[in-house]
Write a protein that binds this ligand. Structure first.
Ligand SMILES: [Zn+2]
Length: 167
């Protein structure tokens, strides 16, 4: 009896490891293409801030996020996110460039989505001095909040990697 109990525990813990390795802990409403799954899962594992962002998104009933690699990102930006709001539902499309470290960009673009979950009116704020919001070009906004969060996520991923392994 005691033995079968131990086996059951072993199977459960193995399952949770597999679960984590496949990145299945990402919110179900965040769609990531297969080619990016490993990268996003890595950032998720290394960065507390990115995990908190994902948790926030997972709790949003009115949100759908699609992450994609975009080979035609305009030269004026490194990455961008389009967000459409329709009848209270938010559809966000995160466009990331190919072939670069995505830690900062993921944290940065995901923060723009959280800004919209927070109902920030970027257009109005861009006219407020000291708000940290500016209109880069028509209908394209940049925020100090997203810039700061992206840098924090990148830093967390970097310092975790540099830390000597315990085993
Ligand atoms: Zn931005």
């Amino acid at each position: 009896m005691r033995k079968s109990f131990a086996i059951a525990i072993a199977i459960i813990s193995l399952c949770s490891v597999i679960h984590a390795k496949t990145g299945a802990l990402l919110p179900p409403n965040v769609g990531v293409p297969g080619v990016l799954a490993g990268t996003v899962a890595h950032v998720y594992e290394q960065s507390n801030t990115f995990r908190a962002q994902c948790d926030r998104m997972a709790q949003a009933q009115n949100l759908r996020v699609t992450v994609k690699i975009d080979f035609n990102i305009p030269s004026t930006c490194r990455a961008f996110t389009t967000i459409r709001r329709s009848r209270g539902f938010l559809c966000a499309e995160v466009h990331l460039p190919p072939g670069v470290d995505l830690s900062e960009l993921l944290g940065h673009e995901f923060e723009h989505i959280l800004e919209q979950l927070d109902h920030l009116n970027l257009r109005a704020l861009s006219h407020v001095r000291g708000s940290g919001v500016r209109e880069v070009e028509v209908d394209l906004f940049e925020t100090a909040r997203a810039q700061r969060t992206g840098k924090i996520v990148a830093h967390e991923v970097l310092t975790r990697q540099e830390r000597p392994s315990a085993d």
